[in-house]
Design a protein around this ligand. Structure first.
Ligand code: NAI
Length: 304
């Protein structure tokens, strides 16, 4: 999988996962926009131009890159760097991130807002700015970096998990909207021994969980031949896995007679029984169940 002629934008590429992605894309011939604001895990200025350090690593290996130091909150400025220097943007990896962990009772508005700004507003801004170019050229690959916390929830991460969960919704909708224009959008929930991981795991684990074990999936999903879109992957330590929604067959109560909380309680085991599980993948799969219970045909309604 080579990226000659392709322009790859990676946010938060000055450290950890972003740095690993940037180096690998450059090794495979891409011209890389290395974006990083140079902040601590908490989001405070470190006064280190980490993007420039990674760009220098790329240059030392004979690769091509340009630095951008804007915050992802100004995503249009990051995409502008790609357009001004290279005239296009083919791949966008939304990777920049911060943490402001705190139990929900102690969480401040600032903890909530800053985390949402970087992860959600940032991914929106960069994607929205890149979108028009990707649509015009009928080609685009976007990766949104979610998290196991966003999928499953995690103590002390109400801000972070809700932001990371939002990226899954963004991914799935952009995949639907971008499909016809050959814009493939996927989300990853990585596990990697970065400084972010060092805040919660012992050093032995941090050094074993190499960011380089996450990058091959990102490269594959951003390759020209990739047709996978709207999917979520867990990835780390050499393990790559795809997720999907599962729901129970559920219980149908009669709409015409009505039903009570006690009826729901009586049917609880059946409601939660996954024996005949289904794997819905779009809102129509939800409407289908509701319409079935109302004895309305989805196709008849669509035709009208
Ligand atoms: P890291 O802290 O090593 O790197 C994050 C980079 O983002 C830093 O270089 C930082 O300066 C940059 N950044 C922060 N705010 C920015 C902004 N507003 N604009 C531009 N750059 C900004 O963290 P790591 O672990 O490499 O994380 C990368 C992504 O992966 C993050 O989105 C994180 O939430 C996510 N993630 C990481 C996991 C892990 O195990 N390391 C687990 C799940 C998700």
């Amino acid at each position: 999988m080579y990226f000659d002629g392709r322009v790859v934008v990676i946010t938060g590429a000055g450290a950890g996962l972003g740095r690993s992605h940037a180096l690998e894309f450059a090794r495979r011939g891409a011209r890389v926009v290395v974006n990083d604001l140079g902040v601590s895990t908490h989001g405070e200025n470190t006064h280190v131009n980490s993007a420039e350090l990674v760009a220098a690593e790329i240059r030392a290996e004979g690769g091509e890159s340009v630095v951008n130091n804007d915050s992802v909150e100004n995503g249009e400025a990051i995409i502008k760097t790609a357009i001004e220097h290279y005239g296009r943007v083919d791949v966008l990896v939304n990777n920049a991130g911060i943490l402001r962990d705190s139990s929900f009772s102690k969480m401040t508005d600032d903890d909530w807002v800053q985390v949402h700004k970087v992860h959600v507003l940032g991914a929106y801004k960069t994607s929205h700015a890149a979108w028009q170019y990707m649509r015009e050229q009928n080609y685009g690959r976007i990766i949104n970096t979610s998290s196991a916390a966003g999928i499953y929830g995690n103590f002390g991460q109400a801000n972070y998990s809700s932001a990371k969960s939002a990226l899954i919704g963004l991914t799935q909708t952009l995949a639907v909207e971008g499909g016809k224009r050959n814009i493939m959008v996927n989300a990853i929930a990585p596990l990697a021994g970065s400084r972010m991981m060092a805040t919660i795991m012992p050093e032995r684990v941090v050094s074993a969980l190499k960011p380089e074990f996450v990058t091959p999936l990102v490269v594959k999903l951003c390759s020209a031949d990739n047709k996978e879109s709207g999917s979520i992957f867990e990835v780390g330590a050499g393990w790559v896995s795809k997720l999907r929604w599962q729901r129970s067959a559920g219980v149908f109560f009669a709409p015409e007679t009505g039903f009570s909380a006690e009826d729901v309680e009586a049917a609880w085991n059946s409601i939660c029984d996954f024996t005949d599980a289904q794997y819905p993948s779009c809102p129509d799969d939800s409407f289908a169940q509701a319409f079935r219970n109302l004895q309305i045909s989805l196709t008849d309604e669509a035709e009208q």
